[in-house]
Design a protein around this ligand. Structure first.
Ligand SMILES: Nc1nc2c(ncn2[C@@H]2O[C@H](COP(=O)(O)OP(=O)(O)OP(=O)(O)O)[C@@H](O)[C@H]2O)c(=O)[nH]1
Ligand SMILES: [Mg+2]
Length: 626
């Protein structure tokens, strides 16, 4: 009888809190398996985007296939309860021969904004390496990722990383992991991804403990799309996990959800470059190059089927919805088409990005763009500036609001303060609330609870991982976590606190629109929504910040905050004629010209509003630190 090949396949991802060493562990695994030669190695090899490399963070999930000849003994395999291995399968692993395994690894990002990348990766795998930094211990994303992995029914292999660091607390953190997972201390693999200590054992443990895939090789093919993007040269490329059957090169494919039909122009796997193969078999992870024109035809979470063998769709994913919005405007209107092209292109490889046109009297034509969080916003902003060379003006990030009208009917989804309907038409405004968890050492719990209540949040549950580490569950309005909550948490907990959150629901609150007037005229692009109880303080600090940002003009300029036309705060910018050329002595005309040219360039980032020049920074004043 022919043996199933699936017993020689293991699919696993690496998950952890941000910076605990996932990509570095992936480096060592790539090296140990000879997937990448040592001389071609560079740190965090799988972080391929420029921005990922510069910032030292992973943003996109990254699959890679490795071959590994394991010397793991049959006894060890047979003893592993997780593997329901039978005699036949064992003989494929025969005593004398060394079996070659196909290991499919997916490196994931650790930052909360990109947890959608993690949940998608988990669905393609049977196991997860849970990495915990021995000098940091369990943190908020460690917990969140454990919940996700358990929810996806994966086998979790705990890995204690960075044991080479002098600050590593091997025993304490091992105990934290043991209490969290209910495993045995000896099951926690102590490694250094940097030096390579203990990493070989990680590979053998993956083979031992991660269940083999259990797809049906002879049934109709089905493959889960866990990522899709548009490649300028090759078109739409799908990253898939083949669940059942096999998909051959040139097969006619059909997408279950969108019903789009196309051709699998090429199939293969990443090792780490695209490596063509004759087919993708049940249990394997790989890619399909399609002839689709747009990623909207083959969405993330959809199922690839064969046109002549229709089958039931796989469950797919819960759709993610952005909940942080900001206006993106070109510094000059002539670049609007270029900006449109840029967001269109970015959307093709970022299924979480949404946008719609927005017009502003001051800023002109632009877009209201939706994000999964502030880091996501920042990454997209920077990519537009760099990859598309567009000078951008970004407005204050905000959440969206559900508005009920006095006239009844459907709730409106309002994505910026400036598009709020008139007050008299509104019967209620709802704002998004999150459910979150803060993980911190016990002694900071008091300060953390204080912080939560200052953010208008409600502390819910208090639990403990062990005698040192606590978990504070809470609910809070998302808007109040968008500015300095994270910084305050870090400073209140001496850097030890971390937090994770997910959107909960929309709640009716006493919200008002806070407007800003410059030299007597309202600048709608500056308007923000806030809770009535916070309006005055926010109005005051914001006018102060605006006063610092807006350059002096040759007349006095009043900066005022108001609710419904009633002023609640005011700052004056005194008149001053800034002549940048004073101080440059004598008749060096070319030098004078240079300075004036520089000043003119600075002006391009200014937006003329009436007689006042507003610098680009004024529109993100809420993010300005004191
Ligand atoms: N000393 C020491 N440093 C390590 C080790 N593993 C990783 N690092 C360092 O920790 C930092 C973060 O490593 P990454 O591999 O980028 O962490 P990551 O988990 O992939 O980070 P994100 O993907 O952004 O969540 C880098 O500076 C690594 O060099 C280790 O075992 N020992
Ligand atoms: Mg990484």
């Amino acid at each position: 009888m022919e043996l199933s090949k699936q017993n020689l396949i293991r699919n696993f991802c690496i998950i952890s809190h941000v910076d605990h060493g996932k990509s570095t562990l992936a480096d060592r695994l790539l090296e140990l398996t000879g997937t990448i030669q040592k001389r071609d190695m560079r740190d965090q090899f799988l972080d391929r985007m420029d921005l990922e490399r510069e910032r030292g963070i992973t943003i996109k999930l990254a699959p890679v296939r490795m071959k590994y000849r394991s010397r793991i003994s049959n006894e060890r395999l047979a003893n592993s309860k997780k593997l329901a291995i039978n005699d036949e399968q064992l003989s494929a692993n025969g005593q004398s021969q060394i079996a070659e395994y196909q290991l499919n690894l997916i490196d994931t990002p650790g930052h909360v904004d990109f947890s959608y990348e993690v949940s998608r990766s988990l669905e393609a795998c049977e196991g997860a390496l849970l990495v915990v930094d021995a000098s940091q211990g369990i943190q908020a994303q460690t917990l969140a990722n454990v919940y996700l992995a358990l929810g996806a029914d994966l086998t979790i292999i705990p890995v204690l990383n960075k044991i080479d660091l002098p600050a590593a607390e091997v025993e304490r953190v091992t105990n934290e992991i043991v209490s969290l997972l209910g495993c045995k201390p000896e099951e926690v693999l102590a490694i250094s991804a940097k030096t390579g200590i203990g990493v070989l054992e990680v590979l053998d443990t993956v083979i031992e403990k991660v269940p083999m895939p259990s797809g049906d090789e002879s049934s109709k093919p089905r493959a889960l799309v866990f990522d899709s993007f548009y490649d300028e040269y090759r078109g739409v490329i799908l990253y898939v996990r083949c669940m059942d059957g096999n998909i051959k090169k040139n097969a006619r494919i059909n997408m279950a959800a969108t019903d789009a039909s196309g051709i699998a122009l090429e199939v293969g796997y990443l090792s780490p470059g695209m490596t063509p193969a004759p087919d993708l078999k049940a249990g394997e992870i790989g890619y399909i190059v399609t002839n689709f024109k747009s990623t909207s035809e083959a969405r993330v979470g959809d199922t690839v089927l064969l046109e002549d063998q229709p089958a039931e769709a796989l469950p797919g994913y819960k759709e993610v919805r952005p909940f942080v919005y900001a206006g993106f405007f070109p510094s000059s209107n002539e670049f609007y088409p270029a900006l449109k092209d840029a967001v269109d292109k970015l959307k093709l490889s970022d299924s979480a990005l949404v946008y719609e046109p927005e017009n502003s009297p001051v800023l002109g034509h632009g877009f209201r763009v939706g994000f999964l969080g502030l880091l996501h916003l920042d990454i997209v902003r920077e990519r537009i500036i760099r990859e598309f060379d567009i000078d951008l003006i970004v407005t204050n990030p905000s959440t969206d609001y559900k508005v009920e009208l006095t006239s009844g009917g459907e709730e409106l989804d309002i994505k910026s303060a400036s598009s709020m309907p008139d007050n008299t038409l509104i019967s209620a405004i709802k704002e998004p609330w999150i459910k979150g968890e803060i993980v911190c050492p016990k002694k900071y719990v008091g300060a953390v609870i204080q912080l939560i209540s200052e953010a208008r949040g409600l502390q819910k549950n208090l639990s403990f991982v062990d005698e040192h580490l606590s978990i504070v569950s809470f609910e809070a309005p998302l808007a109040n976590l968008l500015t300095d909550f994270y910084d305050n948490l870090k400073s209140q907990t001496s850097g030890y606190g971390s937090f994770n959150y997910e959107l909960d629901n929309y709640r009716v609150e006493d919200l008002v629109r806070l407007d800003f007037y410059i030299a007597g005229d309202i600048v709608e692009a500056l308007s923000i929504m806030c809770h009535r109880s916070e309006a005055e303080a926010l109005g005051r600090t914001t006018t102060e910040k605006l006063k610092d940002i807006i350059p002096r003009q040759n007349f006095k300029v009043a900066v005022q905050a108001a609710i419904g036309g009633k002023f609640i705060a005011r700052e004056d910018i005194s008149a001053f004629r800034k002549d940048v050329t004073t101080g440059l002595y004598g008749g060096d005309v070319s030098r004078k010209k240079k300075v004036l040219a520089k000043q003119k360039k600075g002006k391009e980032r200014m937006k003329r509003f009436g007689k006042v020049d507003l610098p680009a920074e004024a529109f993100t004043v809420l993010l300005k630190r004191d």
